[in-house]
Ligand binder design. Structure first.
Ligand code: DX5
Ligand code: ZN
Length: 255
């Protein structure tokens, strides 16, 4: 009788990265523990400097204070300009992944090397109007690419539907890279991810979804976030059409 090898553990449809920008800042430790307990895969930590973006949030000391509260990786999204001086501070404070906006760094390749040299996964974040061409000469130095599906700076904005085309094209480039022996690169989407669009977003190629307001505005009756995180995981695993009220139109080529 043929003995079948054990089935590999099914990989999750998507990894969820709740953005603590929408959490209760007066109870951040409790909030990150609650999302981890509910099954979140990352803590998404939005750093805004009131220079690169018109908002001001949190820095390395808050990262350091939160680090002992959770085991899951801290996914640092730097919306700051310049970038390099902050990299060692956030690495020391416990960040696991550090992503920055390439327009905000004078030497993008050097910044990516700096992040990896500090033991973190390195990523670039591309704004809605920033072309995927930024990936072209960096593929070997990228651990993740984050596509912004809103303009950076605020939570609670509406997902820009043309991001779906950009996601498909970014996914195609990543698959071409790994098919020729390149390292894996995560494809993350950030901004306006909700229950009614996460299926289409994952279908378009995202493997990490950031969600801020969708999670932190939907606490369980008894506290915690089990219900909304389970619902997002289920919606992510069932491909759906994009909500017709916000249907994607191809407006610009993705390169
Ligand atoms: C926006 C931030 C996002 C934001 C997402 O600049 O990078 O991470 O918190 O929030 P929602 O999910 O509410 O759009
Ligand atoms: Zn973010």
């Amino acid at each position: 009788m043929m003995i079948r090898p054990p089935k590999p553990h099914p990989s999750p449809a998507v990894r969820l990265a709740p953005s603590i920008l929408s959490a209760d800042f007066a109870r951040l430790g409790e909030e990150v523990r609650a999302i981890e307990a509910a099954g979140a895969d990352f803590v998404h930590f939005d750093v805004m400097d009131n220079h690169y973006v018109p908002n001001l949030t949190i820095g390395p000391q808050v990262c350091e204070a939160l680090r002992p509260h959770v085991q899951i990786p801290i996914d640092m999204h730097l919306m700051v300009e310049p970038v390099d001086a902050l990299v060692p501070l956030f690495a020391k404070a416990g960040a696991d992944c550090i992503t920055f906006h390439p327009e905000a760094s004078r030497h993008v390749d050097r910044t990516l090397q700096l992040i990896r040299a500090h033991g973190c996964k390195a990523g670039i974040a591309l704004n809605p109007a920033t072309p995927l061409a930024w990936m072209d000469h960096l593929m070997d130095k990228l651990d993740l690419v984050l596509l912004m599906s809103v303009n950076p700076g605020f939570g609670g904005q509406t997902f820009m539907a043309h991001t779906l085309h950009k996601l498909r094209e970014a996914r195609r480039r990543i698959e071409a890279h790994t098919a020729t022996g390149g390292q894996p690169i995560w494809l993350e989407v950030d901004g306006g991810v909700k229950l009614d669009n996460i299926g289409a977003i994952v279908q378009a190629g995202a493997d990490i979804c950031v969600a801020g307001s969708a999670i932190f505005s939907a606490a369980d009756a008894a506290g915690g976030y089990h219900g909304v995180i389970r619902a997002l995981q289920q919606a992510a695993a069932s491909p759906t059409d994009f909500p017709s009220s916000n249907a994607p139109r191809r407006t610009t080529p993705c390169h």
